[in-house]
Design a binder for this molecule. Structure first.
Ligand code: SAM
Length: 470
């Protein structure tokens, strides 16, 4: 079955299926399974280093898009007006968010300041800058905020002008993620987007004229009625707009959304699996030819413009999360906040009174942790670092993975690399596999090939899970 690309795990439950679906994965609680995997997990840096990243969920949108199942609050079309400064729904939420931040335990005695903050949504650009300032100030006082922190904000065309963007930049926002999705009015309309292509061009112009160097564009492939020609056009116009980062997400038809009611994956007017795979290959090929590195299944960047915040997720590092429906990863525990406002208000009250806590004790099952590490690292072009995997989970598990992946190395879906990231041939791999002393010193990384391995990542990662937990 075809693997589709995923959108970033800001709300980690956004991942739709295994392994694209850390919904299962990230909400898994600490289990008591018998440990056959070497237990070095509690000393693994992925679980013991203090968090230096924070995700902030700002849920407001003008309206809900037809594909979207994120926890959002639809404000109505007048909400994009610059005079929405005092909308009580936004003001009250920001107050709640600051209370949540203040009530969250810090966790370690010495804490480095935050290095990345990501305002995701929803449509964060609907929130007035002075309210974003109060969130940043609260974070700064509570955790510290590095002077050169990457501060990203998701922004939608039609919700900001140059003045507002300059306001955000004045607060330290230095990375913009523009939700473009498509360059065809008919597709934007059928997705229920609150903007057209004209606003997309205006937004790009504003971002450029304000001098934001680090900006990204979100695109969605496999939309209903999207033809290969439309997709080719969207990719071409993206490249011509010259963002330093592009995220390409394959449409996930979520239950309970308008698309979920109207459409069945693989059936007209949605593309077939074969066509979706074609779209994925087109993106990989056109963006790579235009100088973008395909550094993660759904992320492309110019050199040095990878999203530092999202790399935290792929490296399985801890992070704070605040706001409706957001998921944090603290002390080895993935914790999802309520998606309904009423329950979220209760949650913040309980946090303040000490009844709930979003931290784990770092006492995690090694098998679970090794699966997280495999799943997340195989989403990246760097792949699985076998040296650190061996140190954390033992040589025999690492060797079993290499053996288990042999057929996929032969088929070209998996690449085995040495220390210098040179590919190890199938013949050499066969020799190494028969000599356990050599395999550890020669084989440094396993990665999925681009695009064929990435396209098959569901199966390939599930295969690894079967080896870890037979
Ligand atoms: C948090 S969402 C929304 C951000 C922004 N407000 C917007 O809508 O443009 C981040 C990105 O996830 C992608 N996305 C959301 N729902 C999706 C779905 N069901 N299938 C594929 N991509 C999706 C969109 O590309 C979107 O820009």
């Amino acid at each position: 079955m075809l693997i589709k690309s995923t959108f970033t795990p800001i709300i980690l439950s956004a991942f739709p299926t295994i392994p694209r679906n850390p919904k299962h994965f990230f909400s898994r609680t600490i289990s008591n399974t018998t440990q056959t995997v070497q237990q070095n997990a509690s000393t693994n840096p992925t679980t013991t280093i203090p968090p230096t990243s924070a995700y902030i969920h700002l849920p407001f949108c003008r309206k809900r898009c037809h594909y979207c199942d994120f926890p959002i609050v639809a404000l109505g079309s007048s909400s994009a007006q610059p005079d929405n400064n005092d909308d009580p729904r936004i003001v009250n939420y920001i107050q709640l968010l600051c209370r949540e931040i203040n009530a969250t335990k810090v966790g370690y005695n010495t804490n480095p300041p935050l290095e990345t903050v990501f305002f995701g949504g929803g449509t964060p650009s609907l929130v007035p800058p002075k309210l974003v300032l109060s969130v940043l100030d609260t974070l700064r006082v509570k955790f510290g905020l590095s002077l050169d922190a990457e501060i990203s904000m998701e922004m939608d065309p039609g919700t900001f002008d140059a003045n507002k963007l300059k306001g955000f930049m004045g607060l330290g926002v230095n990375r913009v993620s523009l939700g473009v999705q498509a360059f065809q009015d008919e597709l934007l309309k059928s997705c229920g987007r609150a903007h057209g292509v004209e606003e997309v061009y205006q937004a790009i112009e504003i971002v450029k004229s304000c001098g934001v160097e680090n900006w990204s564009m979100d695109l969605i492939s496999s939309l209903p009625h999207q033809t290969p020609q439309m997709w080719e056009e969207s990719l071409r116009l993206t490249v011509e707009s010259w963002p330093n980062h592009v995220s390409v997400y394959d449409l996930q038809v979520e239950q309970g959304t308008k698309f979920g009611i109207l459409y069945t994956p693989g059936e007209f007017p949605l593309p077939t699996e074969t066509d979706s795979a074609k779209f994925y290959r087109m993106a990989s090929s056109m963006l790579s030819s235009a100088g973008y590195n395909h550094y993660e299944i759904s992320s492309y960047s110019k050199d040095g413009f990878e999203c530092k915040h999202n790399l935290t997720y792929w490296k399985n590092k801890p992070f704070y999360a605040f706001g409706l429906g957001s998921a944090s990863y603290l002390g080895g525990v993935r914790f999802s906040r309520p998606k309904k406002m009423k329950q979220f208000v209760d949650y913040v009250q309980n946090l303040e009174s000490g009844v709930v806590d979003c931290w784990g004790s770092n006492d995690i099952d090694a098998k679970d942790l090794s699966m997280d590490v495999v799943m997340l690292s195989l989403r990246t072009a760097k792949g699985l670092d076998l040296k650190s995997f061996r140190e954390a989970f033992g040589c025999s598990l690492a060797d079993s993975l290499c053996k288990g992946y042999k057929p996929f190395v032969e088929s070209g879906h998996v690449l085995c690399l040495d220390d210098h990231r040179r590919a190890i041939t199938v013949a050499e791999l066969n020799t190494l596999l028969s000599n356990e002393n050599e395999i550890g010193s020669r084989l440094a990384y396993i990665r999925l090939s681009d695009p064929e391995g990435f396209l098959l990542s569901n199966e390939l990662i599930s295969h690894a899970f079967g080896i870890i937990d037979p």
